[in-house]
Design a protein. Sequence first.
Length: 315
Amino acid sequence: MKNEVFDFYDRTVLKSYNLDKTMQDQLNALGTLDVFTRKHCENVAAITCRLCEYLHCSKKFTEYCTICAYLHDIGKLFIPPEVLQKPGKLTEEEYSIIKTHTTIGYEMCMKDVKLRPYAAGPLYHHEALNGTGYPNGLTKKDIPYEGQIIRVADEYDAIVSKRQYKSHIGISDTLKIIIENTTPSEPIKSSAILKEIVNNAKFGKNNPAVVKVLLKVVLDDVYYEIACAQDYIDYLEDNLKRYEQIKKYYKKMTESKSDYKKEYYLAYMKGFFKENENVDNYNEIFDDYKKAYVLRKEKIDNLYNEVKIIKKLKV
């Protein structure tokens, strides 16, 4: 299929893809969810869109799949907040409640003629190729392609994003978990009763082809983040040089004996000041720039380390 660029968040694109007021109202209903779930829906849609592009999906399928992804958790509108937003580990009963968001979301879409075409997003995004997923325990042959793509996007964002109930997990560690879930389980020697399980043992939970392009998408994101951080590093370096000049003239001013020279060097200092900067606060601002520089340099080093690890990962 032709590789066409599709930017889900472009306003012109949104207008041209049948997202009329009725559908916009439905999508906006996600705004009543907690902030973590709403952001998660947006992230999964964005990742899904890019996965489709790397998989060389058609523009039409990419559009369809992305909207399915955006709606994948719409069923959580009807999950009790005390369960959905629980800060600790869920009990088995609570987890059973959470799992109903797939069928609830599917039913919501099926009841609305505008959303019906995208019902696959809510229904299939937790199904696994090896039959261990929910709500129906489907296997690879019965899980539509869009469901396989959204599952990977959903799993990645769910693990890597910091939520109220867990601490942050690094990018490469997240990918390792996803790759582990993509690896087939060991073949099972069993009676004919378990033949179906044996047949499905050749699959992991995730589609390997989708996970492979996820690595490319993530690498692109990391490189983009490095570029942005480097731009800010360049900005900080320019300001640090400017403040070194200010510091030099401040030292000369304080060491001067005559008022004339003091005023002379003070005028030079002021020539380097920007808005809201002055003799009284320049040291504090200088320290802030230095701290920011150290933090950004550390961030870039960490990101480059992630790149090295990701490049060695195999699916």
